[in-house]
Design a protein around this ligand. Sequence first.
Ligand code: AMP
Length: 352
Amino acid sequence: MTALPPGSTIGIIGSGQLGRMIGMAAAQLGYRIHVYAPETGPANDVAFTHSRGAYDDIAALTAFAAQVDIVTYEFENIAAAPIAALGDKVRPSPRSLEIAQDRVNEKRFVEALGGRPARWAEVADRAALDAAIATVGCPAVLKTTRFGYDGKGQARLMSAADADAAWDAIGGGPAILEAFVDFEAEFSIVLARGVDGAQVRYPPPANVHKDGILDTSTVPATQLEPWRAEAEALAAKVADALDHVGVLTLEFFCGPDGAVFNEMAPRVHNSGHWTIEGAETSQFENHVRAIAGLPLGSIALTAGGVTMTNLIGDDVDHWPTLIAEPHAHLHLYGKREARPGRKMGHVTRVKR
Ligand code: AMP
């Protein structure tokens, strides 16, 4: 494809903070953004215009796509078929969405490329859960196959006696049971892949979660070196096999069993927010560059060390202190109500 000329419009499906930050990067490169979502959100504040519609309303999606030059999406919990109906304007392609939005699909896909998830089994119904416990063992985590995020749709089982409670906790639907990994650290590979297949991979951040939600991401993380090459090679292979265009994120646990694949997201990722100040080209700009057919930008670090800390729920009340802190970069997403577990913003601290 020829490069998307400045002044063109990028359509973003989804109105969250990821769309907001993609939009800010797009604006820097001279593009306009048009947000499509059922409700307004953080991305609308930086959008040229928006369309309201359901994620499965093909007529409304088609009308939206006709008004933009390319379409991207900022989250994966949407049906792939209506997005596929928009044709090759969509980047990353709906195939990335189809694989990454379903835990069974993503594990099978990654296994076929030589990746190693934790021991797992498919759980189609309550009876299958007992069989899965027998093969996977406990402790284990029961996760809904689709629509899980930030630890939602998950329940821990310490023993087979927890099966009923776990099944009820996830709402009793298609799921997987996954062995609990006693990891030393968690990390992610955030990469961007261009239309021409070129890739850049950011240095992996060490990610710390609290209550299933990302708390901090820190770079550089030299403790990850023993696992980095294996994880990067797998991520590169997954991106090529999907013919992915845009940013792709793979999350890993690391421990004595090597780099254990956890999950992937066909999009910019919370564990890549540090790149706004910490890398020469942010994940958001590289996503825009990739989908617009532009050359990818350098992922070199701009500082000796960077830590991104999420502001979840009431954490955002500390903004007056954070804004006064030297070398801290405050990002607020403009959400009015600080509900528990809601991502309200983040702060990036840069060590020179
Ligand atoms: P997920 O949404 O699957 O990434 O899970 C959210 C977080 O829960 C992960 O980042 C881990 O901190 C924790 N977690 C999920 N699955 C497992 C597992 N199999 N073993 C240990 N911890 C897990």
